[in-house]
Design a protein around this ligand. Structure first.
Ligand code: ZN
Ligand code: ZN
Length: 316
């Protein structure tokens, strides 16, 4: 059955604005349906399922996802296509994408699961380490390393700015570089295929999470999921993996309303299938969002722009 204009408004809102907070998306839904999605949860889910059934034909998917820095739910559109066509975007160059991947890898490989790295560390990421991942064909092998080597510090700075502005990365509240909302949406299967340990409670990748204090234990739980796991404020909190007492953390938030259900009904199981390699996924993800905006020249304005992005930082 074809989608109505109401469905199209919801799709269009997410496509044009990018990931939206649950509050904003609910407001759009209420506007087009006249129903509050909180009290009409079933209707809300039915509408989303219908949208996802249609979107599955074009390999798009409407998803809900929590911002791991503050636990807030967002809705967004994910492009599940990773073919050559979708890589033809123009916004980010090959070295820029390699840089993005380097930053993402550094963030998710952090054993302390802080979910962020310092700007200095980000700027010192070596693109050469990404060469193997980025070789898409024989004839690019000789070309790419040169482009990577000539990728300057100011180009990295500008790329960081752009990635933060486009929500691929973010500034955390303490001024470090974390994953942006779009990365949480689009790299979901990459997290699984790259063995980023999942949260014990919600099964999503634990990028910023609390880790078991037992060194030999790999159990992680998102800070916003700890409340679900250990609802009592006092009393024992045994690790579900090894039984070690779970440490209390400053990041645990008591006031946060943890939503009962964040799963959007999906018509397509592709998000659970054996995920693609980082390359295809990240390239498609970054480039599918490509814009016609021209590359701005690097110059003395970079530092100011980098700072100005802080106002868009994610609060923790
Ligand atoms: Zn979780
Ligand atoms: Zn443990």
């Amino acid at each position: 059955m074809a989608l109505s204009w109401r469905h199209h408004v919801l799709i269009q809102a997410l496509l044009s604005r990018g990931p939206m907070t649950e509050e904003d998306f609910h407001a759009v839904f209420a506007g087009v349906s006249g129903k509050d999605p909180v009290t009409h949860r079933q209707l809300f889910n039915e509408v989303l399922l219908k949208i996802n059934k249609e979107l599955a034909y074009v390999q798009f998917e409407l998803r809900a996802c929590q911002n791991q820095y503050d636990g807030k739910v967002h809705y967004g559109m994910v492009n599940n296509v990773a073919d050559e066509q979708s890589k033809l975007g123009t916004k980010y160059s090959v070295p820029q994408i390699a840089f993005y991947k380097g930053v993402v890898e550094a963030i998710v490989q952090d054993v302390a699961t802080q979910g962020c790295i310092s700007s200095i560390d980000a700027l010192h990421i070596q693109l050469e380490n990404q060469v193997q991942n980025c070789q898409s064909s024989q004839d690019t092998q000789s070309r790419i390393p040169a482009a990577f080597k000539s990728f300057t510090m100011s180009q990295k700075e500008k790329t960081l700015n752009d990635l933060i502005k486009d929500q691929w990365l973010c500034y955390t509240s303490d001024g470090r570089i974390g994953l942006g909302l779009r990365s949480f949406f689009d790299l979901r299967s990459w997290f699984f295929s790259n063995d980023v340990p999942s949260c014990e409670v919600c099964n999503e990748a634990g990028v910023k999470a609390s880790v078991c204090s037992n060194e030999g234990c790999t159990v992680r739980i998102h800070y916003y999921c700890l409340k679900k796991k250990f609802p009592q404020r006092k009393g024992s909190r045994a690790c579900p993996g090894c039984g070690t007492e779970w440490p209390r953390s400053e990041f645990e938030v008591d006031h946060l309303d943890v939503p009962e259900q964040t799963q959007v009904p999906s018509a397509d199981l592709s998000s659970r299938k054996r995920p693609r390699r980082m390359k295809a996924e990240a390239v498609a993800a970054v480039q599918s969002q490509s814009e016609t905006q021209n590359e701005a020249p690097c110059g003395p304005t970079q530092r100011r722009r980098l700072r100005s992005c802080k106002t868009e930082s994610v609060e923790t």
